[in-house]
Design a protein around this ligand. Structure first.
Ligand SMILES: CC(=O)SCCNC(=O)CCNC(=O)[C@H](O)C(C)(C)COP(=O)(O)OP(=O)(O)OC[C@H]1O[C@@H](n2cnc3c(N)ncnc32)[C@H](O)[C@@H]1OP(=O)(O)O
Ligand SMILES: CC(=O)C(=O)O
Length: 537
């Protein structure tokens, strides 16, 4: 630990995180995550348990070539197997030979675990702990001791739990890590126990390793630091055995931004927090948690009109930290919870040149229209392009580029194994001229999309670059059971931009048409294609 540093960060994403149900990192994933953690400024990176699996052995082999100026590699393992002389214990020797900069071994500190799980006497366990730490200290250098189940052990038999820490200290442990292995402790208790341990071992770094079974792992870690702990163990996104570990993505900004505790992550590195979290989610093949504190997509998303009105005056009125400090950003949502402030903020973001004022009658009209449409099943949160068109309509700044005369869609399937075929015909009027087209598609939506754009492409050649890139249908429950509403969300692209539109109807094809209509109108608006004179909306 550097002299100026108050708390060191120990990441166990690659060890305890790899114990998460449903997560299996490849060696390449582990290498990439380890390098990302080192770039981020994590002090200790626990890579796995050498000797426990061929994957971890290969990882430790490959990571020998690391170039991490500010991070150290830790090999995890246990105290020696009972009955083995420590120097002959394969597990300890695997750690000593792993090429890691430090070892972190767990040992029993709850008396019942000693007698039941290990089947040895309490004194034999003390010898196992001190002997194992001392052997690694001689053969590797830095040794941390994870006192497994420390808080439960301290509750059951405080004298013995402390004797175990003393045995590790006698063996030369550099860090004594108090583990809330079952995740059942609460912050006030953690604070009190850590304070007592810190007072008893003033010359050794005390660490905390908290599990999240009571949804308190972050709080317990913070309480431990407030009581004097100087190492926090955790994982990126809180992955880990059962309900996971303390989430470093929350712990780090709490330490830095709220407690103003120095840890080896700079302000610039902290701005990478959101991207680090996404990266680990990608490697773990997990969907991001949109509401994740600090870095989630919704962590600084404001929906209520009252909130948006206030943050327009000062962001901190509804934001506990500046989102930019953790690499996140403020979002303003538009929905039936919106007021004029939401509309203004969103419009200023999307069309800064529009120069709207709060008292513009178009803004009040847009709020009214949004509330009506959202109660009819529309959702504008994920459909910025439809939202922009709605605003333009409300403010009398929209002219249609085309008018639908009719569409017809057939879907035919002949026999169980036959591939269905869809055909759409579309008639539109553009500037007084009728245009007619037909198209086949791999489904009715595809056929309608192709036919509509084919009918318009002569008048508007820029539509040829446009494609439908995503299509989602959601059935909405309505009060009239016989009349299920359908919401269609479409994402379109023209190679360098993407935009989303929404349509709602009791008929899926009509809802699709509405979303497609907005998608095409939006493309013509952003390309600044003038509409024909005689079509006004
Ligand atoms: C709290 C934690 O998260 S600890 C880390 C948990 N992580 C893992 O277990 C993941 C990796 N583990 C593994 O790959 C395997 O369990 C191995 C390779 C380590 C061991 O595998 P095996 O030899 O087949 O043993 P198995 O897993 O069945 O049982 C664990 C053994 O370790 C013993 N053990 C448990 N804790 C300790 C300890 N602190 N010190 C020494 N031995 C211990 C157990 O008593 C048991 O021994 P026994 O079979 O004689 O009763
Ligand atoms: C060591 C560890 O992972 C625990 O006690 O939870």
């Amino acid at each position: 630990m550097k002299a100026s540093q108050q708390v060191e960060l120990f990441d166990t994403t690659l060890r305890d995180g790899a114990q998460t149900a449903g997560i299996s990192f490849s060696i390449e994933d582990k290498m990439r995550i380890a390098n990302r953690l080192a770039d981020f400024g994590i002090d200790w990176i626990e890579g796995g348990w050498p000797g426990a699996s061929p994957k971890d052995d290969l990882f430790f082999e490959q990571v020998r070539h690391r170039q991490w100026p500010n991070s150290s590699l830790v090999a995890f393992g246990s105290t020696a197997r009972p009955g083995h002389a420590v120097e002959k214990d394969r597990g300890l020797n695997n750690l000593a030979e792993s090429g890691a900069d430090a070892a972190c071994i767990f040992g029993k500190s709850w008396d019942i675990h000693v007698t039941k799980a290990l089947g040895i006497t309490l004194d034999e366990n003390l010898e196992l702990v001190s002997g194992s730490v001392a052997y690694l200290k001689q053969n590797l250098g830095t040794v941390m001791f994870d006192a497994e189940h420390f808080f439960d052990g301290y509750q059951a038999n405080p004298d013995y739990a402390l004797q175990v820490l003393q045995a590790a200290a006698n063996g030369g442990a550099d860090v004594l890590v108090l583990c809330d292995t079952n995740g059942g402790s609460i912050p006030s208790r953690v604070f009190d126990v850590v304070r007592e341990v810190v007072a008893r071992f003033p010359d050794i770094i005390i660490g905390i390793h908290a599990h999240n079974d009571s949804e308190l792992a972050v709080s317990n870690s913070v309480a431990a630091v407030q009581a004097g702990a100087r190492q926090v163990q955790g994982t990126i996104n809180g992955i880990g055995e059962r309900c996971g570990n303390a989430n470093l993505v929350s712990v780090i900004p709490i330490l830095k931004l709220k407690l103003k505790i120095d840890c080896d992550v700079s302000g610039d590195e902290l701005k990478q927090l959101s991207s680090l979290s996404s990266f680990v989610n990608e490697m773990a093949n997990r969907l991001p948690w949109k509401h994740q504190p600090f870095i989630g997509q919704n962590a600084f998303a404001h929906k209520g009109g009252i909130h948006v009105s206030a943050i327009r005056k000062q962001s901190s009125l509804y934001e506990h930290v500046d989102p930019a400090l953790v690499g996140n950003e403020q979002r303003i949502l538009v929905s039936d919870q919106a007021g004029r402030s939401n509309i203004l903020s969103k419009m200023q973001l999307l069309e800064p040149e529009a120069g709207l004022a709060a008292d513009d009658p178009g803004v009040a009209e847009a709020v009214k229209r949004i509330k009506e449409l959202e109660s009819a099943g529309y959702a504008f949160e994920g459909a910025d392009a439809s939202f922009q068109l709605l605003l333009r309509r409300a403010m009398g700044r929209f002219k249609r580029h085309f008018e639908l005369v009719r569409f017809r869609v057939y879907d035919e399937k002949r026999g169980h194994d036959d591939k269905p075929e869809a055909e759409a015909t579309v008639q539109v009027r553009v500037g007084g001229k009728l245009k007619h087209s037909a198209a086949l598609g791999n489904g009715p939506v595809n056929a309608m999309d192709k036919a509509l754009r084919a009918a318009l492409v002569d008048a508007y050649p820029n539509l040829s670059s446009m494609q439908l890139s995503d299509f989602k249908v959601r059935v909405l429950s309505t009060r009239q059971a016989t009349e299920a509403m359908v919401r269609v969300l479409i994402e379109s692209s023209d190679g360098h931009r993407k935009w989303s539109t929404v349509g709602v109807s009791t008929d899926v094809l009509e809802a699709t048409y509405r979303a497609l209509n907005d998608a095409i109108e939006y493309k013509l608006v952003i390309d600044q294609v003038p509409p024909p004179d005689e079509l006004l909306d």
